[in-house]
Ligand binder design. Structure first.
Ligand code: ADP
Ligand code: MG
Length: 682
């Protein structure tokens, strides 16, 4: 028996000529299989209603009998209004059809009609969007709505898909083996696809969706799991000879004791470093949980084990901060740290690169400047990328290629809900720091209206008088960096005037890197007491003496971002505060503000944020790597995702999966993308 995938060109379908084929091509549809795989994203509900139950201004579908001759009026250019009286139940209504004069012919006194439209109860008018003569069909209550572009109408899609089922009834092949279908009581693929396009009842639609969602997740997870397995077993990494005793001596010299959670993840990371398969690990932990020091310890282990290390940060400010920190930390041990950013140029840069290639620089810290081709290491064994979600998948991969299968640790302070971790990072191991260092006081968070700024000012002065420092994050105007800067200038001027005894520093995206560094340093060294900033201080910045965070327009930020911003304070052991200034007009905004005041648990907030914004938006628009599914929803269908993940992991590690006929369809996409079993094929 062969399982060769059929691929019927879309032109073979009756009614599809070159023009339409081209249009369909822009939707990614080139074969009949693509077409039937193109699922509706919602359904118009054409369930027949009784007008007595329809609210004013609600959309509804009703049926009735035509009671008058149609009346057609033209006005303006090509504009027309067709109206007719219809008796629907005990309601005599006026049905209005705009700009469809040709329908006049089909309106015959005494004939039945089915009309969908918006109901104006007071005037007894139904403004029709959809109109059919004849008795209402009993099915087709749900009409599929497809994501289409101008060249192909939704109606056309419906017709084409019907045609595809008629002309090629066997174009849909079963993908799931009998065993899985039985285990989860899933209906067949062909049936499911037909129902998803043309559902007749709710329960069947539910069954179809359940089946297809599982399949989508399973295919996705099979790739991740096969990739993970292949990485594990086929590539030979550098087993770094980690001197446990030496590393623990180093840890003992740090100014504080590690938390239990830190100790646990340190063990996980050191084990990975020492193992011969390359590490691919995500280190996640809430802001302030102490990830940086964990990375430093791992870097220490790698360097004392004879390798070079690299640390990539998303901004120059962060790169500099990390470099300063590591430099100071490692100086007593003779470990050298270099800093490479876009603003390191000329001779300095040349010398740095030479030392790196020679191996006299042990750790290179930098921005994405690190992945430029001329950056060559002598012996790179370990790579850390901080705030990894800000880098694209490619950038991350590029740094990895600088060494011979180096161990890679990705750090993120956006606690990733389990749902997302599973789907986006399914090919990684995950270490989680789920505990904050002891002695930390919970940041007290207040939400106030923007017009009470004078009271906030009094509070700020009190904090500053005690020797503390404050961040003030400026109103956000997303469309215009120029206006953001203007806002920052305004706030800066206002505070300088209101608190003349204190120095107010100003940070925004338009400053040159050297200027940014200067501003940051003045705040770090306590020369400035207030830092007014656009959101560039969002991640990672560490000034433990700062105890107050004020955020203008707080309701414009996402929850995760607010949490990140708030995480800039509360980093020492004094009580810290966060003040959210927001008018919060919508209920959703108010809910967001309430969440912020009620919890400081980043995992809780991010789970909530994910629910609010959906996975695509969660990391911001640029995020790469968040998969998009046709039907499946990572939040709603989370349990199915977890099930599919477990099933996929089991499947790829079973040699049967790679040989048996029943898995041929599931295997196919893996083999097409070059993933094969690394354990069981020989
Ligand atoms: P993250 O990068 O996870 O946001 P950092 O590594 O910047 O957190 O740590 C936040 C602050 O907590 C830093 O000032 C750091 O020195 C301090 N810190 C880290 N680990 C501990 C610990 N175990 N005990 C006390 N303070 C710690
Ligand atoms: Mg950090």
């Amino acid at each position: 028996m062969t399982t060769a995938k059929t691929n019927i060109p879309i032109q073979n379908l009756k009614g599809v000529g070159t023009r339409l084929a081209e249009e369909l091509g822009t939707l990614g549809i080139t074969t009949v299989e693509n077409l039937v795989d193109y699922y509706p994203y919602r359904y118009d509900n054409y369930e027949l209603r009784n007008l007595a139950d329809v609210q004013d201004q609600e959309m509804a579908t009703v049926s009735g009998i035509i009671q008058s001759e149609p009346l057609l009026n033209y006005y303006g250019k090509k504009k027309s209004r067709l109206s007719v009286r219809v008796l629907s139940g005990r309601y005599l209504i006026t049905v209005i059809l705009f700009n469809r004069p040709f329908l006049k012919r089909s309106l015959t006194l005494g004939e039945p009609v089915t009309v969908t439209g918006k109901w104006d109860r007071n005037r007894a008018v139904l403004t029709s969007t959809d109109f059919k003569t004849g008795k209402p069909e009993t099915h087709a209550q749900w009409a599929p709505v497809y994501p289409v572009k101008s060249g192909v109408s939704i109606k056309k899609m419906r017709t084409l898909i019907k045609q595809a089922f008629a002309q090629y009834p066997d174009c849909i092949q079963e993908t799931l083996p009998e065993s899985l279908r039985q285990a989860y009581k899933l209906i067949g693929k062909k049936e499911a696809v037909q129902i998803i396009h043309f559902p007749e009842e709710r329960e069947r639609l539910h069954q179809a969706r359940r089946r297809l969602v599982y399949e989508e997740f399973l295919f996705y997870q099979l790739k991740l799991q096969a990739y993970k397995q292949m990485n594990r077993s086929s590539s030979i990494g550098n087993p770094i000879p980690v001197d446990q005793e030496l590393v623990h001596k180093f840890i003992g010299l740090l100014p504080f004791a590690m938390t239990q959670a830190q100790n646990r993840v340190i063990d996980e990371i050191l084990r990975d470093l020492a193992s011969s398969s390359p590490m691919n690990r995500l280190l996640q932990g809430d802001v302030g949980s102490g990830k940086t020091v964990v990375a430093a310890i791992a870097l220490y282990a790698a360097v004392t084990g004879g390798y070079q290390g690299a640390l990539m940060a998303p901004t120059e400010i962060l790169a500099e901060q990390h470099a300063d920190y590591l430099e100071e930390l490692f100086r007593p041990f003779g470990i050298t740290v270099g800093l490479l950013t876009g603003s390191v140029r000329g001779k300095k840069r040349k010398a740095l690169l030479e030392h790196l290639a020679e191996g006299s620089i042990h750790i290179l810290v930098g921005t994405h400047a690190l992945i430029q081709p001329e950056v060559l290491f002598q012996k790179l064994g370990f790579v850390v990328t901080d705030e990894q979600h800000r880098f694209g998948v490619r950038q991350r991969g590029a740094l990895r290629l600088k060494g011979k299968e180096p161990d890679v640790l990705y750090m993120t302070a956006t606690p990733i809900p389990r749902t997302l971790a599973l789907s986006v990072f399914g090919d990684m191991d995950v270490s989680t720091i789920d505990e904050l260092p002891g002695g930390r006081k919970k940041i007290k968070t207040y939400w106030v209206q923007e017009n009470v700024m004078d009271r906030v000012l009094t509070f700020m002065k009190k904090e500053l008088d005690q020797g503390r420092q404050a961040y003030v994050i400026c109103p956000l105007i997303e469309e215009s960096e120029q206006l953001d800067v203007q806002n920052a200038l305004d706030v800066h001027a206002y505070l300088s005037q209101a608190l003349p005894q204190y120095r107010v520093a100003l940070m925004h995206g338009k400053l040159a890197p050297e200027e940014k560094e200067e501003v940051m340093n003045s705040f770090k060294d306590h020369k400035a007491q207030i830092l007014v900033s656009t959101t560039v201080v969002e991640v990672g910045v560490n000034v433990p003496n700062a105890s107050l965070m004020i955020i203008y327009d707080a309701d414009r930020f996402g929850l995760s971002q607010l949490h990140q911003l708030r995480g800039r304070v509360g980093r020492g052991n004094t009580q810290s505060y966060c003040v959210l200034l927001a008018d919060a007009k919508s209920e959703a905004s108010r809910e967001k503000m309430r969440m912020m005041t009620e919890t400081t648990d980043g995992f809780k907030l991010s789970a909530y944020d994910l629910k609010l914004r959906g996975p695509g938006d969660f990391f911001g628009k640029k995020q790469s790597g968040v998969p998009s599914f046709k039907l499946a929803d990572m939040v709603h269908d989370y349990r199915t995702l977890a099930t599919a993940r477990d099933d996929a992991a089991k499947l790829v590690s079973d040699s049967k999966f790679w040989h048996d006929e029943q898995y041929a369809q599931l295997r196919q996409p893996l083999i097409e993308s070059g993933l094969t079993s690394s354990v069981h094929l020989d």
